[in-house]
Design a protein around this ligand. Sequence first.
Ligand SMILES: C[S@@+](CC[C@H](N)C(=O)[O-])C[C@H]1O[C@@H](n2cnc3c(N)ncnc32)[C@H](O)[C@@H]1O
Length: 311
Amino acid sequence: MSLPPYLQEKIFALLRETPASHLKEARKIVTSRYQSHHKSSFQTQEERLSYLATRLPATYAVASWVLEKIVPHSSNLTSHLDLGTGPGTVFFAVQALFPLIQQNTLLEKDPSLIELGKQLMPLEATPIWQLQDFQHSSSFAPADLVTMSYVLNELEDPSPLILKAWEATKHFLALIEPGTPYGFARLKTAREQLIQQGAFIVAPCTHEASCPMSPQDWCHFKVNIQRPSFHQRIKQGTKGFEEEKFSYLIAAKQPHQRMQTCIIRKPIKGSGHIILDLCEENGLRRQVISKKNGPRYHDARHAEWGDTWDN
Ligand SMILES: C[S@@+](CC[C@H](N)C(=O)[O-])C[C@H]1O[C@@H](n2cnc3c(N)ncnc32)[C@H](O)[C@@H]1O
């Protein structure tokens, strides 16, 4: 997964005036603030630019991976609301995946991030930017698709926001969090809250029964991100790609066809067999598929972490 060329060019242009050493330093400050109290609020422009250079490529890739799951059900989606939009990361993924969505509302409390986001937009894009603190909003204008990406883990109590986001959702609510025990715990609580409100879970869960993950485990997935040159300069490392682990949840207002079974870990490829760890309505299950299974073995060889697996 890589950033669209226009976005790479625009980020590159915004970074040009700032020495890489300043951006590296700003990134360290943002990372240590985030690690100590789960907050990414930016205090300087260099901190915001370091987010564009080192985090936006990953959060864009994750948003694209997650929202692709909604594409098959998207023929009646025309509006989108993104809460805690930052520089508009999710919007770029929505724009690429849902040509029918023409109305995008991007809500963010940091005016300087909004200014940066406006500079990243392609000419033809006309989202509505809302400078607003979502904690102080009693409701949001309804939209077909509502998204929150890397937001819940920053809040003391996300429950009121989840309720308000669900009220504003006409069709789908998509939540994305870091693929950590903490990020997953936030989504697990959100899932219970949404099911109580009558939500249908579309992915990654294959049911609305209680989550079968053991307390020591957490449901997460992974994307590989091609690292733009600015990312390599600021975050260093020699690899051309980076892994981002994430957890996610898609809830719908109406019942939808969904995965029967979800592959919840990287398939283990042995000699002559593949091991798949699966989550399904009856709980967790491990399936071993050997070469003797013929076409099933062929399918299993191509199956990926996060895919559906038909029994
Ligand atoms: C980690 S960033 C994620 C940005 C973007 N969604 C992404 O995935 O790249 C979290 C964003 O939520 C915003 N945010 C946090 N609390 C907020 C609030 N109370 N109202 C509006 N935005 C908020 C922050 O300013 C920040 O831009």
